[in-house]
Design a protein around this ligand. Structure first.
Ligand SMILES: Cc1cc2nc3c(=O)[nH]c(=O)nc-3n(C[C@H](O)[C@H](O)[C@H](O)COP(=O)(O)OP(=O)(O)OC[C@H]3O[C@@H](n4cnc5c(N)ncnc54)[C@H](O)[C@@H]3O)c2cc1C
Length: 379
């Protein structure tokens, strides 16, 4: 993707052991692991601060319902979130996640899931109604291993904490040329034995052939923060039936097909927008609410009002809430690729592209990095 002449022109910006491109959670996870190993680390990001998926999400480490590699990555990431929260002084809580069932297929799926996995606490209708302020609960459950952080705080805090410990953070610095042993940036060349490319969906700018070959594209989401008139406060993240179709641990249960058919009958628009109605309560009492999923290669900035209406309307019905004051709306974007959750690939010796290709980067990134730096096989 470059010629030697491209590198000859720029000044030397840094000479390190490890350079990481992208200061979202995936990049910072690798910088943290490099720092732990005693490496000299530089991170470059083209923005002035993290502004990508890592600050636009729910702040929800959805550890419990993962399976396969994702479950392994999530278990290690959980340990590291708690370790970093204590070291870097940002808020994290071992909240678990509440799941509410409002129909027989949802309750059946939760029962099947609880029978297959240890540690899931099932709720009957009365307990669910007492635990979460929703209408029409017939059952529920707690996913005990899940964590919550504040995405707007955590990523910046990790970057600042690493910088204070000698990791170089080069903001407003765009990487455009990558070769074994060196990276060309808008401020000069960085020499490094090891290069990690953690640029999320923008991998198609740096490695277009890889993006094309793997079908890596953009998934765009409707997100909002609102003050909702709840009967009583929500004390932990909340999943609904739509979430039961999404996470691999749930979606493989026998009842998932029946649930999908039921939700499709009741709310076709939910299927059209690939709704995952979920909530994370914030420390100021507001809720982060989402989301929808629209996939494609193009970087489309526009969000339909219909998507926001869908999310708000379903929120109103779920909580029986008379009042919903939307405080902020935004678009989230993350990488998506058919049939895979992770794209970990070495396009050349010493260079590894690491992309989480579904919405679980906050859950898994901190657990991916140690394996990548130890030379995990491609995924
Ligand atoms: C709305 C939404 C909700 C989500 N909810 C959850 C959740 O609850 N739990 C969960 O686990 N996951 C969730 N996710 C997924 C998670 O946020 C992502 O998987 C994760 O943040 C991806 O991290 P990243 O570091 O790869 O990407 P990003 O945070 O997008 O960071 C990539 C960085 O690369 C930089 N960059 C790009 N190109 C270049 C270049 N050429 N040179 C220099 N810098 C460059 C960008 O500026 C950016 O800062 C959600 C995502 C969204 C969008």
């Amino acid at each position: 993707m470059s010629s030697t002449a491209d590198f000859a022109s720029g000044p030397l910006l840094a000479d390190v052991d490890l350079v990481v491109i992208g200061a979202g959670i995936v990049g910072l996870a690798h910088a943290y692991e490099g720092w732990r190993q005693g490496l000299r680390v530089a991170v470059v990001d083209r923005r002035s601060a993290a502004a990508g998926a890592s600050v636009r999400n729910f702040g929800h480490a959805c550890v419990t319902p993962q399976s396969g590699e994702a479950a392994e990555f999530a278990a290690e990431a959980r340990r590291r979130w708690l370790e970093l929260s204590e070291a870097a002084g940002f808020w994290a809580r071992e909240s678990g996640t509440a799941v509410v069932a409002r129909s027989a297929p949802e309750a059946a799926l939760l029962e099947q899931y609880a029978a297959a996995y240890d540690g899931i606490r099932l709720w009957d209708a009365a307990t669910a109604a007492a635990e979460v302020p929703v209408t029409g609960a017939v059952a529920g459950a707690v996913l005990p291993a899940d964590l919550q952080v504040d995405p707007r705080e955590a990523v910046g805090a990790i970057a600042a904490w690493l910088e204070a410990r000698g990791v170089q953070l080069h903001w407003r610095t765009s990487a455009h040329l990558i070769e074994t042993g060196r990276v060309g940036t808008s401020r000069g060349v960085i020499r490094a034995e090891r290069v990690i490319v953690a640029v999320n969906h923008d991998v198609d700018e740096l490695f277009p052939e890889l993006a094309t070959a793997t079908g890596t594209a953009r998934c765009r989401l409707h997100m909002l923060r609102a003050r909702v008139g709840l009967a009583f406060p929500l004390t932990r993240p909340l999943f609904t039936g739509w979430s039961l179709l999404r996470y691999s641990g749930f979606a493989t249960m026998p009842a998932a097909d029946e649930l999908r058919a039921q939700l499709a009958r009741e709310l076709p628009q939910g299927i059209e927008y690939d709704l995952n109605l979920m909530f994370t309560p914030q420390r100021d009492g507001s809720l982060l609410i989402g989301d929808t999923h629209e996939r494609g290669i193009a970087d489309i900035p526009f969000q339909s009002e219909a998507g926001f209406d869908l999310v708000i309307d379903q929120t109103r019905r779920l909580f029986g809430a008379a009042q919903i004051e939307v405080v902020e709306r935004w678009q989230g974007v993350y990488a998506t690729a058919p049939g895979r959750e992770f794209l970990i690939h070495d396009p050349m010796p010493g260079v590894t592209v690491v992309v989480v290709t579904t919405g679980i980067g906050m859950t898994t990134a901190l657990g991916i990095a140690p394996q990548v730096l130890a030379g995990v096989p491609a995924l």
